[in-house]
Design a protein around this ligand. Structure first.
Ligand code: C2E
Ligand code: CA
Ligand code: CA
Ligand code: CA
Length: 283
């Protein structure tokens, strides 16, 4: 592929005309970026509110484009999904994060990783085999991998999605439903899904220390998820008040800037070994 020439000022918005020049350039650059290893992962800890333990590190992709600079996933993941590049991207994320997990293990940190799986990927015929292969290659036991999926993945073809989720469960990986409360939600599906945890969307959590309605919604969602006997994660925890409130209402796990920003992989062992302010709040 030829690399197109653009100026960084050309900002791309996913909803723009599907055939716009900016979009075509983005698609061709994404293909190039995959071949050229321009993607990087950062890792954001999920922390148990009860024990202060890091339950896993969520892999979040960034694109280091020589012209655009660092591009966030909200800009290119939707496009990659539309043009059929997402499976190759997810394959790269799985391989890279599991290899990284193994490297941390070899340094003495037995952490788990979480990987985001886009709705179309769940419906790839060889997805489960791919996950199994990456786990074997890295030498990581399946229970140390969590796959985060949105409910949208289930809505497309519920019967097929359920089979895939059961196969992944049988393989031994952990399953998480991402973004509860955002987009389409169906309690019917949520009740049937063979998952381990549910993440409350950050749009409610971020506002809960100021907005009474958001606090009430988070409380209701925590209770709802517990009624289904699943673990509940609050993402978007940005201040100490929110952490304390989540503790009070019995939320299991927290993730957010107040605990840690997404970290470059080389910073993770140091972060894991450092003392943290939330530990003092556990007493
Ligand atoms: P997500 O899975 O819901 O990830 C959470 C997003 O919230 C991340 O944005 C994270 O950096 C951000 N975040 C974490 N804590 C806070 C906080 O306290 N406050 C605020 N305001 N934001 C916080 P990011 O990294 O830009 O990722 C955006 C979305 O892109 C993700 O949402 C996920 O849907 C998607 N994504 C990221 N990496 C991948 C990937 O490897 N594969 C796929 N398929 N999707 C990915
Ligand atoms: Ca996620
Ligand atoms: Ca989320
Ligand atoms: Ca999201």
């Amino acid at each position: 592929y030829a690399k197109s020439t653009r100026t960084p000022a050309q900002v791309y918005t996913p909803r723009a005309d599907v055939n716009s020049a900016a979009r075509l350039a983005l698609v061709s650059d994404l293909r190039w970026a995959l071949l050229n290893e321009e993607f990087r992962l950062q890792y954001q800890p999920k922390v148990s509110i009860v024990e202060g333990r890091v339950t896993s590190l969520e892999a979040l992709i960034r694109w280091h484009d020589p012209v655009r600079g660092v591009v966030g996933p909200d800009t290119f993941i939707p496009v990659a999904e539309q043009v059929g590049l997402i499976s190759d991207l997810t394959d790269w994320v799985l391989a890279t994060s599991l290899r990284q997990c193994r490297a941390w293990q070899d340094q003495g940190s037995y952490v788990s990783v979480a990987v985001n799986v886009s709705p179309p990927t769940l419906h790839d015929t060889d997805f489960v085999q791919g996950v199994r292969r990456h786990l074997e290659l890295a030498g990581i036991p399946p229970h140390r991998l969590t796959l985060e999926i949105t409910e949208g993945a289930v809505m497309r073809d519920p019967a097929h999605a359920l089979r895939v989720l059961h196969d992944l469960r049988a393989l031994g990986v952990r399953l998480s439903i991402d973004d509860l409360g955002a987009g389409q939600s169906s309690l019917t599906y949520l009740r049937q899904l063979p998952v381990d945890e549910v993440k409350i969307d950050k749009s409610f959590v971020m506002g809960m220390s100021e907005v009474a309605d958001d606090d009430a919604i988070v409380c209701a969602l925590v209770n709802l998820v517990h009624t289904l006997r699943l673990a509940v994660v609050a993402e978007g925890v940005e201040d100490e008040r929110t952490w304390q409130r989540l503790r009070q209402i019995g939320c299991d796990t927290a993730q957010g800037y107040w605990l840690s920003r997404p970290l470059d992989p080389e910073l993770v062992p140091g972060w894991l070994g450092a003392p943290h302010r939330y530990i003092d709040l556990l007493a």
